[in-house]
Design a binder for this molecule. Structure first.
Ligand code: NAD
Length: 467
């Protein structure tokens, strides 16, 4: 493993006063020591990003794109190595981890191409001697804060659009998965990105990092992905300096399987999105509403898929305790575990793929984000009221619908209060699509040209042609 005890600040890999230990969830064994940066080093990282900003912003778009493409190539070339690091510190299967690195490289490539499309606008003038233009400008220095569940893609989804827009970045990865982030930073250095454009600050004290970047007027935007609780705190802090903020927060995704759908195809797709990353995804289905006429066929296939799923361990003991609490609450209130249903025990933090039937809306699992491999199935008969049940959550990230009825597709998609609606499967996070939520799932979009626009200000320029 590379030397990981240092933080990337400007052109240098700097040592901090102390380090913290990263552990493998599969074994509980230590994996490495990482720089534990305090407020002083965070401030130096902001200095470096602020110094690098004018030249990065002024660099012609195609040159910025060349450097970003080189970084994408470096990342892709290291996919297996970085994937192995991710598997060790986060626990997901190697194929998922390697795939995530390759998808991260793809997001960077897409954003690189977008640099050449940072168009402004010409707007009709207010009178004959007036011209009006809108000029896209990068917001400035950006602080990024990322979670542990997708340790590489969460970073590249912030870095890609920020760098494309002409911003420089100080990034703080989750303290549970800093080794993947260090490996990403090494790829950017190898690609020749100018010093200070991307700075990486690892720390075991995230609130101190947050306080420094929120208080520094040079940081013009904070992009956060993580829990709704921390997101709320950052929203409060951002008021002080009126900072731009993007917050991608928790989710509680409903799945609606209508009577005209193919129950086997639906169950297969639900199993894929439910058991990916052992259910530790903000987009994971959390309430699976199945029409009672399809329930038997649907659950039989879901159980088959659950029993064949390849799952890594959960991130830590707390995660196992939360999943256990949700499942025990459901079982105590009358649900049945068709497969799984109790922690595997032994070494590590494993929990088996679980399917619960007989679940009702009042159970804990239907109200709190589980973040584990448990698929709760709720039956319904009334197609008219099920959408209201799906919407009855403070979250609004993603919803899944299964139907072949065109009218129903359009009506339901419009009624669902979620940032993303997937009908009959389909990928959720390709680089060209704006990923993000509404309500307590946050605001801001990552991906697509809307994602790049989140890092831009449109300056309104009015020119009089005074004669
Ligand atoms: P978390 O909020 O505990 O941590 C996320 C990041 O915030 C970490 O880097 C952490 O160090 C940092 N952090 C914690 N306290 C902070 C503070 N006071 N100030 C500044 N930074 C602070 O979340 P988590 O447990 O790592 O991630 C899981 C959550 O993330 C889930 O709720 C999940 O739904 C959500 N998530 C959302 C998306 C999305 O796009 N909407 C994607 C992935 C994960």
């Amino acid at each position: 493993m590379a030397d990981t005890g240092r933080a990337l600040i400007g052109a240098e890999w700097r040592e901090a006063d102390g380090t913290f230990t990263v552990y493998a969830p599969a074994t509980g064994q230590p994996l490495g020591e990482v720089a534990d940066c305090g407020p002083e080093l965070t401030a130096r990282a902001v200095d470096a990003a602020a110094e690098a900003f004018p030249a990065w912003r002024a660099m012609p778009a195609h040159e910025r794109a060349d450097l970003m493409r080189a970084a994408a190539r470096e990342l892709a070339a290291r996919a297996e190595t970085i994937g192995a690091i991710m598997t060790a510190e986060q626990g997901k299967p190697l194929a998922e981890a390697t795939g995530e690195v390759l998808s991260g490289a793809d997001h960077l490539l897409w954003a690189a191409e977008e640099t050449r499309r940072l168009y402004g606008e010409t707007v009709p003038g207010a009178h004959a001697d007036n011209r009006i233009w809108l000029l896209p400008e990068p917001v400035g220095v950006v602080a990024g804060i990322t979670p542990w569940n997708f340790p590489v893609s969460m970073i590249t989804r912030k870095l890609g659009p920020a760098l494309a827009a002409g911003c420089t970045v100080v990034l703080k990865p989750a303290e549970l998965t800093p080794l993947s982030a260090i490996a990403v930073a090494e790829a950017f250095v190898a690609a020749g990105l100018p010093a200070g454009v991307f700075n990486l600050v690892t720390t075991s004290r995230p609130a101190e990092f947050g306080a420094v970047v929120m208080a520094d007027p040079r940081v013009r935007k904070v992009s956060f992905t993580g829990s709704t609780e921390v997101g709320r705190e950052l929203i409060r802090q951002s008021a002080q300096d009126v900072k731009r903020l993007s917050v991608e927060l928790g989710g509680h995704a409903p799945v609606l399987v209508f009577p005209d759908a193919d129950p086997v195809a639906a169950a297969r797709a639900v199993a894929r999105s439910k058991f990916l990353n052992a259910g530790q995804a903000c987009t994971a289905p959390n309430r699976i509403y199945v029409h009672s006429s399809l329930a038997a066929a649907f659950t039989a296939e879901l159980v088959r898929r659950a029993e064949a799923a390849e799952l890594g361990p959960l991130i830590d003991e707390r995660a196992v305790a939360k999943v256990t609490r949700h499942v025990e609450d459901a079982l105590a209130r009358g649900a049945t575990a068709l497969t799984g249903g109790r922690a595997s025990g032994g070494r590590g933090t494993s929990y088996p793929a679980t399917v619960l039937s007989g679940v009702t809306d009042d159970m804990l699992i239907c109200r709190e984000e589980t973040f584990g491999p448990v698929a709760p199935v709720l039956e319904f008969d009334d197609c008219d009221t099920v959408v209201a049940r799906a919407n009855a959550t403070p979250y609004g990230l993603t919803a899944y619908v299964w139907t072949n009825d065109l009218n129903r597709t359009i009506r339901i998609a419009e009624e669902l209060q979620f940032g993303m609606v997937t009908v009959n499967g389909g990928p959720l996070a390709p680089p060209q699509a704006p990923f993000g939520g509404v309500k307590s799932s946050g605001y801001g979009r990552e991906g697509g040209h809307h994602g790049v626009a989140d890092y831009l200000e449109y300056k309104y320029l009015s020119v009089g042609l005074g004669r």
